[in-house]
Design a protein around this ligand. Structure first.
Ligand code: PLP
Length: 378
């Protein structure tokens, strides 16, 4: 395994510790931050939020983008926009970051877990359809789970590590079963499925700009949609539902303080300017890894068919859990940071009683997938 450690150090051109994913500030970040500070508009008002929202919507090809304080907040609001309420159920995948499942819980709804595909690591349309056919029926235009009698309001697939899942098939199934599609695109800025940007398939979608994502604002997120009413509502309820007025404070419902501060947006505007450069670097790195691992007992995970991945986090598949544990131990003890994929959501204490399908693929991947250093090389 020393050869793997040596290769990664050589690839990143250093003998120092190599983190999994570092942000890069190689553009106008300081300039815009200074401008923001000089203007005194560092908080809830300022031009960078508007500028970022316009740029982001235009980049991914959606009509509207609403910036939020983080990706989890963006997901929470997305589910509210999908009208997910107390007593509802939401289908998602067990192999994801905890935020996906937590956002469902914030709406007091219950998650249901269907399996993922081995080639995309994301929700399997086949598993979704099988679950619906075996457990659900349409009644009064609602998708009813016959086991619980509850309504399945929404479905939240996630594009794992930036690799697009089979989102058009999932959308087709959701449309047929009257389920609202909400994409967790937190990891997939710059990823396209059949030449359409991830996050533009769902009725509403969420992205994250946390420090470890492909671009960052320190913390931040965005909601995207093509629906004007939903966009207006998203802005309203992420900004305390304040009615515009020259000086009075009138709020027309209980809402959230989820807006993105202008200073974070300034950072994001600068980061967006280098997104294409970051994407090139990540694709190049994927080629380097792919070639290196092709001669090893370890499979490099590459972008699924029909898609153009951002390769946000590079990943490999080990033969079994023992081999995975050896790999994790050796690399982490030798200055190369690697991390296993998440524990399955349905195995966590809070979600262990949720309804789930057999989840064979998710269980297989959980024991074998490891992320390896993925930072943009400068
Ligand atoms: C990063 C991430 C989020 C949101 O994270 P924040 O840290 O709140 O910005 C949501 N879902 C997934 C899958 C993520 O990777």
């Amino acid at each position: 395994m020393q050869n793997i450690v040596d290769f990664i150090k050589q690839t990143f051109n250093t003998n120092e510790f190599i983190p999994l994913h570092e942000p890069r500030f190689i553009g106008n970040e300081k300039k815009y931050l200074n401008d923001c500070i000089d203007s005194t508009f560092v908080s809830s008002v300022g031009k960078y939020v508007d500028e970022f929202e316009k740029k982001f919507a235009s980049y991914i090809g959606s009509k509207y983008a609403i910036a939020t304080v983080n990706g989890t907040a963006a997901l929470h609001i997305s589910l509210i926009l999908a009208n997910v309420k107390d007593e509802d159920e939401v289908i998602t995948q067990p192999l994801t970051f905890i935020a996906t499942t937590n956002a469902i819980s914030y709406c007091k709804a219950k998650p249901i877990f269907v399996d993922v595909d081995l080639d995309t690591l994301g929700m399997s349309p086949k598993s979704l359809l099988t679950f619906l056919e075996q457990n659900c029926e349409i009644k009064d235009d609602k998708c009813i789970n016959k086991t619980t009698g509850k309504t399945i309001k929404a479905c939240v697939p996630m594009h794992t590590f930036g690799h697009p899942c089979k989102i058009d098939e999932i959308k087709g199934i959701c449309d047929k079963w009257n389920i609202i599609l909400v994409e967790d695109s937190a990891e997939s800025l710059g990823s396209f499925y059949k030449n359409k940007h991830t996050g533009t398939f769902g009725k509403v979608s969420a992205f994250s700009f946390n420090g470890n994502k492909i671009i960052t604002s320190g913390g931040g997120g965005v909601i995207v949609t093509d629906d004007e009413n939903l966009a207006k509502r998203a802005k309203h309820i992420t900004t305390t539902a304040k009615i515009p007025h020259p000086y009075e404070y009138v709020h027309d419902e209980i809402a959230y303080n989820y807006r993105l501060p202008n200073i974070n947006a300034a950072l994001l505007v600068a980061q967006m300017e280098n997104l294409d450069k970051f994407l090139d670097s990540k694709r190049q790195l994927s080629k380097i890894y792919e070639e290196f691992f092709s001669t090893k007992e370890i499979d490099f995970i590459f972008e699924p068919r029909n898609s153009n991945s951002n390769y946000w986090l590079q990943a490999v598949l080990l033969k079994d859990k023992t081999k995975r544990d050896e790999f994790l131990k050796y690399t982490n003890e030798n200055g190369v940071m690697t991390r296993p994929i998440w524990k399955l959501m349905n195995e966590l204490e809070m979600y262990k009683d949720c309804q789930a399908t057999s989840l064979e693929n998710a269980k297989f991947l959980e024991q074998r997938v490891v992320n390896i250093p993925s930072s943009v090389r400068v």
